[in-house]
Design a protein around this ligand. Structure first.
Ligand SMILES: [Zn+2]
Ligand SMILES: [Zn+2]
Length: 661
């Protein structure tokens, strides 16, 4: 027998090898093997098996050396092929990703997976127990069951997950727990290692040490049951005994990868669960509209946990900043917020201040000539950050898209007006820290946002210090809204609630409300007197839902609006991104592609709306010109048919497709 293989090192051509007799029964399509090439050995994927060599192969071919240790997952290759086809990439893409991580570690390194130990059981509430009773019996039986938990903030969804994880592990099944951010994944690893008994807990994400990744790989190869915690990476791992997938904070955008082929790990989790016939549990305090819609129309089971595990719901006060007439020390701090913080600090409690904008101020503009500092590589204005260098405070203008940074000059580059003419507009978290330090000089105030969370271990330390009460006020962006449990926080201040509400995105209301509820939910998790102050420039109907009890009413209203405008879940969207370093070429490529799509659409009677090409909000990123074409279709089938028909056009370099569910 002969095998045609593709090398995982990226070499494009297929190569033929002989399968030695002792391996004939073990090697098949999708096997990962070791082959001789010149004087070295290379890892390769078997893509075809044949009883005879094709006539074109006239030279003498060599034997396959052997099998690479690879988890024995019978469904894996087929699953990878389907995912690859959907994303317009070759199946090799996924094997190469795995190879990449396998090469990261030093094979001499000693590695062991840590098994948790604990003896500590919590009595579940009736609402929590109902979920466990429903999912527990399905674990281990071949059945795809999707369960959505709508559990209010602080409802103890983790306790439910813990029971289910324990059940699966006891049945020798592996569990994948997906979180939308690495910081959250780290927090769960830390927590579950302490709280689960006899479970091997392994992280698998960008902050995981290579030796831990290797330990996980060994466990998978040996079919041992493990709990894998991560964001994007776990879902494409081969795993023979996968028994349960949990997606926490399922409404979050963090599951969507930003790099080509732009996979969405939540969607892949659903796909994998259905393909592998296993249960999947999705949880959120603010479930996505799509998931709630799936409960109504696709047979998902919904469980509600309406009571907090401890503590009460906070009282919510809305303040319209522009209407509030009373004089105050800072425009950004209403009298209500100032009083709230005073009371909070006097009672030795903690506060969280939320603003969804990092840096010192949004942008810098010259008052004399109107010049705005912009990134040289991207079509966005630069954000002012302050850094301390050699004891001196310095202004640095930074691009939030490509991280390009320049010193704030001492005069306007356009009209040479002096620095005092450079107006710093808008507000960012760095400036907020300064405002609060001026207002409350004795309070211990720290900042936690993407600037600092880039260093995940540092973020972990800040979280721990806040948890232990060494910080009084934590100021941050969305990173602090996600799933954290700080028992001593009684006050949450939202500085500018309508900041992202007027973004030209069809789901701006949904994502803004989800974020507000999540951050508001950090208040009063362990006490009765939680308080949330929502400051906004303009009033808006969604603020009446910040009290999360009414979240489902929002769902009904928003669903109606989506039906009228024909957006998801009533339509499927695909966004095609055309990139080129030259603006004229980008325009031309996008126009050609749009014309081609329109031709096919018409000829096949597909009824897909083709919008664009158009300039996205940020149309130049790191010198790449970007154009978008958006496809809107009543069904996914029509969309995929159209995209597949245009595949040749799409596979030209620089054209990427993102599907929106
Ligand atoms: Zn100027
Ligand atoms: Zn830039």
């Amino acid at each position: 027998m002969y095998a045609s293989v593709q090398l995982l090192n990226g070499f494009q051509r297929s190569l033929w090898y002989t399968i030695p007799p002792h391996l004939v029964n073990t090697i098949g399509v999708g096997s990962v093997v070791l082959v001789p090439l010149q004087r070295r050995k290379e890892t390769a994927l078997v893509s075809q098996i044949a009883p005879a060599l094709p006539e074109t192969v006239s030279f003498k071919i060599k034997d396959i050396c052997g099998l690479e240790p690879f988890p024995p997952d019978a469904l894996y290759h087929q699953f990878v092929c389907q995912v690859a086809q959907f994303h317009f990439v070759r199946p090799m893409h996924f094997y190469q990703r795995i190879r990449h991580f396998l090469e990261e570690y030093d094979s001499e390194e000693v590695h062991t997976a840590v098994t948790s130990t604990c003896a500590d059981s919590v009595v579940l509430t009736q609402e929590q127990q109902a979920v466990v009773d429903y999912v527990q019996p399905v674990i281990g039986s071949p059945a795809y069951v999707s369960t959505l938990i709508h559990g209010v903030t602080g409802s103890g969804k983790t306790e439910v997950y813990k029971r289910l994880i324990q059940t699966a592990i006891e049945q020798n099944k592996t569990v994948m727990l997906l979180l939308p951010e690495v910081t959250l994944a780290l927090q769960f690893e830390h927590l579950l290692r302490k709280q689960l008994s006899g479970v091997t807990v392994v992280g698998f994400h960008s902050a995981t040490k290579p030796s831990d990744k290797k330990a996980l790989w060994d466990q998978l190869v040996q079919r041992k049951p493990v709990l894998i915690i991560g964001v994007h990476l776990p879902i494409m791992l081969p795993c023979a005994n996968l028994g349960l997938i949990i997606v926490d904070e399922e409404h979050e955008q963090g599951f969507q990868e930003k790099k080509h082929p732009k996979m969405n790990s939540k969607e892949l989790a659903l796909w994998r669960a259905s393909y592998y016939k296993i249960p999947i549990v999705l949880g959120s305090a603010t479930p996505s509209l799509n998931s709630l819609y799936n409960v109504q129309h696709r047979g998902w089971k919904l469980f509600e946990i309406t009571k907090r595990f401890a503590g009460k719901f906070p009282a919510i006060t809305k303040v319209v900043l522009t209407q509030e007439g009373r004089r105050r020390k800072s425009f950004w701090v209403s009298r209500e917020l100032e009083d709230g913080i005073k009371e909070c600090l006097a009672n030795k409690k903690q506060a969280i201040i939320f603003l969804n904008r990092r840096g010192y101020s949004f942008f810098v503009q010259c008052k004399t000539c109107g010049f705005i500092f912009q990134c040289a590589q991207c079509s966005v204005s630069l954000t002012l950050h302050r850094t301390v260098k050699d004891g001196q405070v310095q202004g640095v203008l930074r691009c939030h898209y490509c991280d390009h940074a320049i010193q704030l000059p001492t005069s306007c580059p356009s009209c040479k007006a002096p620095e005092k003419e450079l107006l710093k507009k808008g507000i960012g978290t760095q400036q907020v820290v300064q405002i609060f330090k001026d207002l409350f000089p004795r309070a211990r105030i720290e900042r936690a946002d993407l600037d600092t969370t880039k260093k995940q271990r540092e973020w972990q330390t800040t979280v721990e210090r806040f948890y232990h009460g060494d910080i009084d006020m934590l100021i941050g962006t969305q990173t602090i809204t996600k799933g954290y449990h700080f028992p001593n926080v009684t006050l949450v201040g939202i500085l500018w609630a309508d900041l992202n509400l007027h973004f030209p995105l069809y789901n701006a209301s949904e994502t803004t409300l989800q974020q507000l509820i999540q951050v508001a939910g950090r208040a009063g998790r362990q006490c009765a007197e939680g308080k949330v102050i929502v400051q906004t420039m303009h009033d808006h109907p969604i603020f009446k839902y910040v009290n999360e009890i009414q979240y489902r009413d929002f769902f009904a209203d928003e669903l109606e609006a989506r039906r009228e405008t024909g957006y998801p879940p009533f339509a499927r969207l695909a966004s095609i991104e055309v990139r080129h370093t030259d603006a004229t070429c980008a325009d031309a490529d996008a126009a050609t592609l749009a014309d081609r799509l329109r031709e096919i659409n018409q000829a096949e009677g597909l009824n897909v709306s083709i919008l664009g090409p158009a300039f996205p909000l940020v149309y130049r990123i790191q010198r790449w010109e970007v154009r978008h074409i958006v496809l809107k279709a009543p069904s996914f089938k029509a969309l995929h048919f159209l995209l597949s028909s245009a595949e040749q056009c799409l596979l030209n370099s620089g054209i990427f497709v993102t599907m929106s569910q």
